[in-house]
Design a protein around this ligand. Sequence first.
Ligand SMILES: CC(=O)N[C@H]1[C@@H](OP(=O)(O)OP(=O)(O)OC[C@H]2O[C@@H](n3ccc(=O)[nH]c3=O)[C@H](O)[C@@H]2O)O[C@H](CO)[C@@H](O)[C@@H]1O[C@H](C)C(=O)N[C@@H](C)C(=O)N[C@H](CCC(=O)O)C(=O)O
Ligand SMILES: Nc1ncnc2c1ncn2[C@@H]1O[C@H](COP(=O)(O)OP(=O)(O)OP(=O)(O)O)[C@@H](O)[C@H]1O
Ligand SMILES: N[C@H](CCC[C@H](N)C(=O)O)C(=O)O
Ligand SMILES: [Mg+2]
Length: 504
Amino acid sequence: MAKKLEQLVALLPQPVVRGRLDQTIAAVAHDSRKVVPGTMFFCLTGVHADGHDFVAEVARRGAVAVVVEKDVPEPPDAAITIIKVASTRTAMQAVVPCFYDYPGHKLRMIGVTGTNGKTTTTYLIRSILRQAAYKVGLIGTIQTLIEDRVLPVKNTTPDVIELQSTLAEMVDSGIDYAIMEVSSHALALNRVAGCEFDVGVFTNMTQDHMDFHQTFENYIDAKAGLFRSLSRPQNTKTGKAAVINFDDSAGVPMAGYSSCPVISYAVTNNAVLTAANIDVKSAGVSFDIHGPFGKRELKLSITGMFNVYNVLGAVGAALAEGVNPETIKQALEEFTSVPGRFELVQAGQPFTVIVDYAHTPDGLENVLRTAKQFAAGKILVVFGCGGDRDRTKRPVMGKLAVQYGDIVIATSDNPRSEDPEKILADIEVGIKEALAGNQAGKQYEKIADRRQAIARAIALAEPEDVVLIAGKGHETYQILADKTIDFDDRQAAREIIREMKKNG
Ligand SMILES: CC(=O)N[C@H]1[C@@H](OP(=O)(O)OP(=O)(O)OC[C@H]2O[C@@H](n3ccc(=O)[nH]c3=O)[C@H](O)[C@@H]2O)O[C@H](CO)[C@@H](O)[C@@H]1O[C@H](C)C(=O)N[C@@H](C)C(=O)N[C@H](CCC(=O)O)C(=O)O
Ligand SMILES: Nc1ncnc2c1ncn2[C@@H]1O[C@H](COP(=O)(O)OP(=O)(O)OP(=O)(O)O)[C@@H](O)[C@H]1O
Ligand SMILES: N[C@H](CCC[C@H](N)C(=O)O)C(=O)O
Ligand SMILES: [Mg+2]
């Protein structure tokens, strides 16, 4: 992996170099805490910190070159090369894929983007490709997987250094396919520099992340980046495809961003892949999938209309890669679940408890609609909204919870630096708006403590009811202002049910 500094600097436009270029670069980093001897360090200006403040520290740790965009004092007694560029972020994106020998050009890469359904779709594609006997890697919200080996993650799409080093590890492990979730943040910040995608999947586009993108147009434009990248002139690989949801209003424009073949999917509109005879039950959904192969009947363990879409997207990606329809059907019918997505908590209670990662208006509406399709009793919803994230979705989610639920317990998600009561007040605006309409018999409570909120819902639940605990899905922590604590909705629900049973 080691490279000469000279070779890496040659990738930068108009660098101003102070120091030697014959150094050997053994590692790359933008976090001072990860610097080892021989590192080339990129000083990034972030929201919380500025990498330029760590030059002396990285020199002490043995960095041999730093890339800056501002003037920094030369560290004393250190033979460190200082390279000044216009943008350190762009410089890092040019250097890092080269440092790791362009692993994103060696693997076949499938990128999935959209507001909801990315994690689920990537897991479905993974199971199909594994059924077809490929060696598969996966990068996304829950974890990174290199075959069955689990690596922890911080972001849905990691920064360029973590991403390229993971892809390099996949190349070394003989992986055929890297399937990854490509978040809008990652596209806007070009964390995916150096990735040459072969297949891009677009799931859907609804409200989220307005804090980051400011406008819906910017949000769409970020997502479009994945499809523009499929037609980059310098691409080396062949057989590209864009797999696009044509029931989403952004689908057709999204298809227009790439010049490669499009595999469309839809349930209501015309498309290459469609679904019919859809039967949503709590135990799973069954439907007929129609495509160039004709028709196949599918009987799945995952459920909900939204999962019909995720399956169609996954099938599109698999067909693009030449997997045969029988293998696809077999993999899908053996697929059981994605952690924290419509996950049932079974602790012997006479009502249904579902933990789901719905944290957007569209996600919440979809999951509530699904629960309503089979609930014999009432629907109790426990949910909150993350702090330091899109505030405009809060009242919308409050309104939806009342429209679909019978009892709503608004609580904290990950409050982060925000006051939990203020977040609840934002949600309450939508709740009250809905209650002012025709929502007789509905009730709501605000309980900031998530465990207490779950306990309250479980205490109120009667046989045949459905308790939906939404927002945190697979998460095993809760991010508070001053600390992150262990917290798992599934475990909390199980413990509460057991305690209640013990106390009669
Ligand atoms: C807005 C955003 O994307 N922020 C990301 C960004 O943080 P930042 O720019 O604020 O970094 P910072 O903490 O200010 O630090 C600046 C620089 O100083 C360096 N530093 C810092 C401290 C130190 O002691 N030494 C040091 O060298 C840092 O390594 C960094 O290079 O760079 C960090 C390192 O790569 C990311 O982890 C961080 O993601 C944060 C955790 C985050 O929450 N991002 C979310 C919004 C996000 O990206 N979400 C999407 C998913 C969305 C979805 O689809 O649902 C995702 O892909 O995860
Ligand atoms: N295709 C879909 N359309 C709408 N909602 C969906 C869809 N698929 C899943 N959901 C809902 O959204 C939640 C999140 O699903 P998933 O984790 O697959 O999405 P994601 O795009 O990876 O989310 P994130 O952006 O947070 O990583 C699910 O728990 C479910 O409630
Ligand atoms: N990828 C999403 C996850 C949100 C999950 C939810 N539990 C929250 O913390 O808001 C985000 O970073 O906005
Ligand atoms: Mg995800």
